[in-house]
Design a protein around this ligand. Structure first.
Ligand code: PLP
Ligand code: SF4
Length: 337
């Protein structure tokens, strides 16, 4: 027998790959883990049948045990109400199926191209428009990747590439390294942006390798995180953020305004202030995309605008996120105020 504690497996259990492949996907297990009543199970199973539960353990550990209204739990727990048909809430509110998805490239805004690196996410957020997308585990193949490089090479008006998904950081550092070095060959590209929720739900994702990859590339780098509530932030994220900042990465956050989760001035104020104290600047506060199954999270525009203007009266300008939404066909996000 090995006389040492099983060090290797302890390390493995804390690796982001392990945490990503050992998420909680069973509603019963989640309820048990959080000491929640089994009366929630039937509804959770109904919601789960539409879009499965998926949540990594580090995120579950930030939830309050025994509290069915915990703002982090509410973002991931399937509910029976997701089955309701609500007028105007549709499966593809951003009309993205119609856009260039097969190529993994969306070029809607001037100068910026968004690449769908990976269909996978570490967490299934109940309010997400992705809940109806078939591209779950899609990955760009080498042929598609070459087409993307050709597209970027041919259009010198593009100066920024956005890695998106799904979650682009569900991809290995080796694959990211290869993609980034290919992109570095395209002279007119100046910025690399990464839109990801992974560091919030699995902070271990910010490996030293990943940090040095960004540090060593020639681009100006931006990371846009996605946290909706101050409770999502803690010292492990602060550590990840400070290592990224040491590598000259600008770190922003986008949030979604969600009923029952952050739809009051004190939550939004706490989010902005907590983001800043963790080294992150608020960027966007999006209104909900009208996606089928998420209508119970919706906040009327008037109320969103009112909340935002109250927030403005309580925060310094640099901590006020832009209240915005995406309207298909527009040349940019649309500001609401
Ligand atoms: C949101 C989005 C962007 C980025 O918009 P910014 O306002 O620059 O953050 C770029 N491309 C697409 C397709 C988008 O949906
Ligand atoms: S794309 Fe973002 S918001 Fe949607 S499920 Fe994945 S992590 Fe959540």
């Amino acid at each position: 027998m090995n006389s040492f504690p099983n060090l290797l497996s302890i390390q493995e259990e804390h690796s982001w790959q392990y945490l990503l492949s050992h998420t909680i996907d069973d509603p019963q297990e989640l309820l048990k883990h959080l000491d929640l009543p089994s009366s929630l199970l039937e509804g959770a199973k109904q919601g789960n049948a539409l879009f499965s539960l998926k949540v990594p353990l580090p995120f579950v550990e930030k939830m309050e045990k025994g509290n069915p209204d915990d703002p982090l739990l509410r973002q991931v727990l399937p509910l029976a109400v997701e089955n309701s048909e609500v007028e105007g809430f549709i499966t593809d509110p951003l009309a993205e199926m119609a856009a260039n998805h097969s190529d993994g490239l969306i070029h809607k805004y001037k100068g910026r191209v968004l690449l769908i690196l990976s269909g996978a996410c570490a967490v299934n957020c109940r309010y997400c428009f992705r809940r109806h997308f078939p591209y779950q585990e899609n990955r760009l193949g080498s042929e598609q990747w070459q087409k993307i490089l050709d597209y970027l090479n041919a259009d010198s008006s593009i100066n920024e590439v956005i890695f998106s998904g799904g979650d682009p950081l569900a991809t290995s550092d080796a694959r990211l390294q290869k993609m980034i070095s290919d992109l570095e060959q395209i002279p007119h590209l100046q910025r690399l942006r990464i839109h990801t929720r992974l560091p919030v739900v699995i902070p271990q994702r910010i490996t030293d390798e990943f940090v040095s990859l960004l540090n060593n590339c020639r681009f100006d780098t931006v990371m846009v995180l996605h946290a909706n509530h101050a409770k999502e932030l803690d010292s492990s994220i602060q550590d990840a953020v400070s290592r990224l900042k040491a590598a000259h990465v600008t770190i922003l956050n986008q949030a979604v305004l969600l009923k029952g989760i952050n739809d009051n001035v004190s939550s939004l104020k706490a989010l902005s202030e907590s983001l800043f104290s963790h080294g992150i600047l608020p960027y966007y506060l999006f209104t909900l995309d009208p996606v089928k199954g998420a209508a119970h999270f919706d906040i009327p525009d008037q109320m969103a605008i009112q909340l935002h203007s109250e927030l403005q009266s309580q925060l310094p300008g640099y901590l006020l996120p832009k209240l915005a939404r995406e309207i298909p066909g527009k040349p940019s996000k649309t500001l609401l105020f």
